[in-house]
Design a protein around this ligand. Structure first.
Ligand SMILES: [Fe+2]
Length: 294
């Protein structure tokens, strides 16, 4: 009977993960980072941004309002949404209610900048599979005054000083499973133009291109997509990303490339593999400081 020990233990571990995951998927958490930016204009010292990613239609709290309430309890200056806030898959109905409740709560209070993930892009790329979905998504963002950054930039201004916020929309080749497509600085130039002379914050849904964005001139890169690696283990990190990378160092957390900081969200929701283990849904809060300033 000794040979039953290993499969028995594996089955027990899987059961623990599934039971814990069903609770953990609703356990909203906040992760705080401090990011130092060279030559940050004085108007933005101590500015706080919130970054949301990969909501995938998840609800939090009894009436689905916990995420907005958590943000508004200590309101950031701006909210950045890094894509995959909806789930777009064949056989799953178009469901915007959780995204809409957040946008509605923030509308008129906090500016929201929104970059596209692979799920938002999919609505546009496959209109025959998702008829009218992308138009309905655009209407929703317009209704609540969201600043959509679809290969575009916008300036956030305060006291005559500026931060540039950009969203790079990635082609589907960058999301291929089992491989990482190369990206050049000229590809970023083609999407959002060259970097300028004010701090550059770039949202790019895949976390794999922080080094390229650093060479482009980004100060802060915000990414998600890998859902923290789904199941996280002590010392080993995230087990598997949606692109089938195992124990990737890009699953979640903070990376540095020269003067550039990349922050990778573990995300807020799930879709095909509806598991989160030691990987609570996270709102990211980022405090900006001038490089070297304490
Ligand atoms: Fe994604």
């Amino acid at each position: 009977m000794w040979w039953l020990v290993f499969p028995g233990a594996a089955l027990l571990f899987l059961l623990v993960i599934l039971i814990r995951s069903s609770r953990e998927r609703k356990m909203l958490s906040e992760t705080c980072y401090t990011v130092y930016i060279k030559d940050l204009p004085e108007a933005f010292y101590d500015t706080e941004l919130a970054f949301l990613s990969d909501l995938h239609g998840e609800d939090f709290g009894e009436n689905g309002s916990a995420l907005a309430e958590t943000l508004l309890r200590d309101p950031p200056a701006l909210v950045l949404a890094g894509g995959d806030m909806l789930t777009v898959k064949k056989g799953i109905p178009f469901d915007t209610h959780s995204l809409e409740s957040i946008l509605q709560a923030l509308s008129g209070r906090i500016p929201v900048y929104y970059a596209l993930g692979n799920h938002e892009s999919r609505m546009r790329e496959y209109p025959e599979d998702f008829p009218g979905w992308y138009g309905r998504f655009l209407s929703l963002t317009e209704k609540y005054g969201v600043i959509l950054l679809d290969n575009a930039s916008a300036y956030y201004e305060k006291d005559g000083q500026k931060l540039r916020i950009s969203g790079v929309t990635l082609d589907r080749k960058y999301y291929k499973k089992g491989r990482t497509e190369r990206m050049k600085v000229s590809d970023v130039d083609a999407a959002i133009g060259p970097s300028g002379d004010c701090p550059e914050i770039v949202m790019m849904h895949s976390p794999m291109y922080g080094k390229t964005l650093s060479a482009w001139g980004a100060d802060l890169v915000l990414s998600g997509h890998f859902h923290g690696g789904t199941v996280r283990l002590p010392f080993l990190g995230g087990v598997m990303t949606p692109q089938f990378q195992f124990f990737s160092s890009y699953a979640k957390g903070e990376k540095h490339f020269g003067r550039t900081t990349e922050i990778i969200s573990g995300g807020l929701g799930t879709h095909s593999i509806r598991i989160r283990f030691m990987n609570k849904p996270e709102i990211i809060r980022i405090r900006l400081l001038r490089d070297g300033r304490k």
